[in-house]
Design a binder for this molecule. Structure first.
Ligand code: ADP
Length: 163
């Protein structure tokens, strides 16, 4: 297991400024990072896997130690396959803490070589989530403060309300 390689997994439907903050800060700590999009066949997202991947790549173009991938199945198995030793997660509030605490314990049982590493959300991103971005955009609100500048137009266009 490689402690130099961390995996930051999520839905990224779409990537937000909060995700990007965790990616940037994590990439400054770990020599290498894989940002991995979880494919959930039972949950059709607002954006296709290709769109999510392309938006992530555009948002992180200046981060040479970050690569991108998608996976299905258990995160613990994905880390084993990639020989990665660290799961990177972000924590916004107590409700994140509850679910993240449970997930970290389960992942430890599934793969005892894994450590889960948490970064606290920066104060300006505490209220940012992909679901809030989708809701604001669908009602025609301004999402530009909550998504990376490079993709704001694309996200707004795709989710624009039907008039
Ligand atoms: P999922 O939809 O699978 O919960 P997300 O893509 O929402 O995954 O989140 C992936 C990870 O990023 C989680 O650890 C989550 O807590 C974290 N995260 C999401 N939004 C923020 C934010 N605004 N600030 C910090 N961390 C965040």
């Amino acid at each position: 297991m490689n402690r130099d390689l961390c995996v930051y997994a999520g839905s990224f439907d779409p990537v937000t400024t909060g995700h990007l903050d965790i990616i940037r800060r994590g990439a400054a700590i770990f020599p290498r990072m894989i940002v991995a999009i979880l494919c959930n066949p039972s949950k059709k997202g607002a954006f296709s896997m290709e769109e999510r991947l392309s938006m992530l790549k555009k948002s992180c173009a200046d981060l040479p130690n970050v690569s991108f991938d998608s996976f299905d199945g258990l995160l613990a198995d994905y880390l084993r396959k990639k020989e990665a030793g660290i799961i990177l997660r972000g924590l916004r509030n107590f409700s994140d803490f509850e679910s993240e605490f449970q997930m970290a314990q389960l992942n430890r049982q599934l793969n005892p070589d894994i450590e889960t590493f948490f970064l606290m959300a920066s104060p300006e991103h505490v209220f940012v989530s992909s679901s809030a971005v989708r809701e604001i955009a669908m009602f025609g609100g301004d999402i530009s403060p909550y998504v990376p500048a490079h993709i704001a137009e694309e996200v707004a266009r795709k989710l624009r309300p039907i008039k």
